[in-house]
Structures are given as C-alpha cells and as structure tokens.
Design a binder for this molecule. Structure first.
Ligand code: SF4
Length: 142
C-alpha cells in the first residue's frame, strides 16, 4: 500500500500524463492569461511556443526560459480554464508546472519558491489589480 507521499506523487504523475496526452499546444490558455503582460520575457512569444515549453518541463525535458517565466507569473486566476478547447484544465497544468519547476517531484529546482522570488510583492499587486476595483485596492493598501 502506498504512503501519502507516494499517493501524492502518483496523483501528480497521472495528471501530468493526462495533460501531455490531451494538450494540443494550441496556446489559447496563454492567450487568455491576464498575467503575461507583466513580463518582458513573454513579449512577442506565442501561446504555442510557451505551452510547448510547459509540456517539455512536465515531461522532464529542458525547460525554456519563457515556460519558467509563465510558471513563475501564474497567479491561478483560472481565466485559462474556460479557454481550453480540450478540457485540459490549464490552471492545474500550471500548478503541476510549478511543482515540477520547484523540484518537488524529485527533479532539479529550476526556480525559487514564492517567498524567495524578488518579484513576489509585485505579483501580489498585479493579482490584486485583477481581483479588486481601484477603490478596493486603495482601501486595502491604506
Ligand atoms: S492546455 Fe488547453 S488551451 Fe492550453 S495549449 Fe493545451 S489544449 Fe490549448
């Protein structure tokens, strides 16, 4: 019988396998993402390019700079979920990408966790701007 860690890794592996099987790299999830505008590293990149890098990361292959950047920026806004024509659940795909990039599945750590990210608070500001009105943000920052 598997212990809790083994069960979790098994869950992660099965969802990565399902994502790799179903994702066609159409890039519609990336196009729907509200966070991509906050990084120069993603300027001019197509959704297909970036998601191809995400797939490589999930498959344990070389992760591209733009795939790691999108993974770092993701705030789990969920706007990608209805955009996916294949019902992949791109939000889960990005969570799996983050888990993988952090080295939590046994591979090398390719990015710092959120607390060590020098842009952590900029990401919070960006996320709050997506969720709240200007008046609510102003009241919150008082
Ligand atoms: S996760 Fe869905 S929307 Fe994103 S690239 Fe794959 S198939 Fe397209």
């Amino acid at each position: 019988m598997k212990n809790e860690t083994e069960q979790l890794l098994s869950y992660i592996e099965s969802n990565i396998a399902r994502t790799l099987a179903d994702c066609t790299t159409c890039g519609k999830c990336f196009d729907a993402c509200p966070m991509t505008q906050y990084s120069d590293k993603l300027t001019g990149k197509t959704g297909g390019q970036v998601v191809t890098g995400i797939r490589a990361l999930l498959a344990g292959e070389t992760a591209t700079t733009e795939a790691l950047e999108w993974t770092r920026l993701c705030t789990q806004s969920a706007r990608c979920v209805p955009a996916c024509p294949e019902k992949v659940n791109p939000m889960l795909m990005m969570r799996l990408a983050r888990i993988t990039a952090l080295g939590s599945t046994g591979g090398p750590a390719l990015m710092a966790d959120g607390k060590r990210d020098p842009n952590f608070f900029r990401r919070i500001n960006a996320f709050s701007a997506l969720q709240f009105s200007d008046a609510e943000v102003a009241a919150w920052q008082r």
